[in-house]
Write a protein that binds this ligand. Structure first.
Ligand SMILES: Cc1ncc(C[n+]2csc(CCOP(=O)(O)OP(=O)(O)O)c2C)c(N)n1
Ligand SMILES: [Mg+2]
Length: 388
């Protein structure tokens, strides 16, 4: 195994030990092999080391059916993202950004969220790499393609926003915003409303490592943790060690982003987000803690960025990154949960679905010029807060 996949069941270790066992990469973060004034090379950044483990095939005690479901969603999401990149390359879309490489972390989040609309359900304040989470929640491939190809049929924005900038009120998925990090204080708003309602719903917020430099991130930590007024908020950061072309090294005074939460009295841990089992168990445990106590919790997940930042940086496959799906699939085959043939059939099924969806969406209409005024605040349905 090329990383610590499946080797560290978080439910057994709890946050503290999990922090320790996952700190291998974090501790190397401060010493990347960079020459002054040269562009950082992703291959030079150390990732978690291979580790053999007696529990490697126990998958942390998770059911085979759940493991197969996670694998299935991970494949679907990966195939969808790779199709989106091809659509961009074919000149059929203006821009691509997404989450290939984050599936092992993001799929469990989607499976564990309490899906529905209103304060009794979980609110999700995601960023532009959240496709795997939404696939796990039931996102149709066509709807991701409609957004990417700017079709009027796009349910998130009517064809008016970038790929990955979803919005699904029916699942409490707040609009993904282009300005990074503003989702963090916004999430405090829904968490505050949920605290008042007391119906068991929590808010979940996610974003990248570089964005944590924004003041919005610090505001979130402040508002989530005030004594006696703590919020039921799961604060997460996906650390891929990059902010577009700026390397993690040199940007952080703290050794782990999760340490910042500790300064606010927020329970926090670092996990290997390339391991779907570790991710599932950690998310499950922290969500249960938040629902029980009404207090916030923080997870920093170490993830890969498999196709660079976006189409803006080429969207080319980055061979030096850990591929969580490849590793998970290999472990599933080794354990006998999948055969190589059955795995290939899943990939083929989704590849065929993605092509069929792209062909269908291609024929759908673009938004009309008049619709540019729809769903804006001024003079429109959302303009008057007293209507809420
Ligand atoms: C407020 C704001 N500042 C800057 C940008 C430009 N920008 C877009 S993505 C990005 C990098 C974000 O990196 P990170 O938070 O680590 O997330 P990642 O893309 O690595 O997932 C930046 C600086 C922006 N969109 N919004
Ligand atoms: Mg990043």
């Amino acid at each position: 195994m090329s990383n610590r996949i499946l080797s560290n069941p978080a439910s057994k270790n709890g946050p503290t030990k999990s922090n320790k066992s996952s700190s291998a990469r974090a501790s190397t973060n401060s010493k990347p092999n960079l020459k002054a004034n040269s562009m950082p090379n992703p291959k030079s950044i150390s990732k978690p080391n291979a580790k053999s483990s007696s529990v490697i095939n126990s998958f942390g005690g998770l059911d085979k059916a759940l493991l197969l479901q996670m694998h299935d969603c991970m494949v679907k999401s990966r195939v969808l993202e790779e199709r989106l990149i091809k659509i961009f390359r074919a000149g059929e879309a203006y821009f691509w950004i997404g989450g290939p490489g984050e599936e092992a972390w993001a799929v469990p989040m989607g499976l564990l969220a309490k899906k529905g609309q209103g304060l009794a359900y979980d609110f999700l304040h995601l960023h532009y790499r959240c496709t795997p989470t939404l696939v796990a929640m039931g996102l149709e491939m066509s709807d991701a393609i409609r957004l990417m190809m700017n079709r009027a049929t796009d349910p998130s924005t009517g064809g008016r926003n970038f790929s990955g900038h979803y919005c699904f009120p029916k699942w409490n998925v707040a609009p993904v915003t282009s300005p990074i990090e503003i989702q963090y204080p916004v999430a405090c708003g829904t968490a505050h409303a949920q605290k008042r309602a007391g119906q068991g719903g929590i808010s979940i917020v996610s974003g990248g490592d570089a964005g944590t430099a924004e003041g919005d991130f610090a505001s979130c930590l402040v508002w989530a943790s005030r004594k006696g007024q703590e919020l039921p908020l799961l604060i997460t950061v996906q650390n891929n060690l990059w902010g577009i072309s700026t390397c993690y090294d040199g940007q952080h005074g703290e050794s782990q982003i999760a340490d910042r939460a500790k300064a606010f009295g927020i329970r926090s841990r670092v996990i290997n987000g390339n391991d779907p089992v570790e991710s599932y168990l950690a998310l499950q445990e922290e969500m249960a803690y938040i629902r029980k106590t009404g207090k916030p919790s923080f997870i920093e997940a170490q993830v890969s960025r498999l196709y660079g930042h976006s189409s803006g940086t080429g969207a080319n496959f980055v061979p030096g990154e850990i591929d969580c799906l490849k590793d998970f699939e290999k472990a599933m085959v080794t354990a006998g949960h999948l055969t190589e043939t059955s795995a290939r059939e899943i990939w083929t099924k989704y590849e065929e679905e993605a092509v069929a969806c792209a062909n269908a969406v291609r024929t759908e209409p673009a938004p009309t010029a008049e619709s540019v005024w729809d769903h804006i605040y001024f003079n429109n349905e959302n303009a008057d807060w007293r209507k809420f």
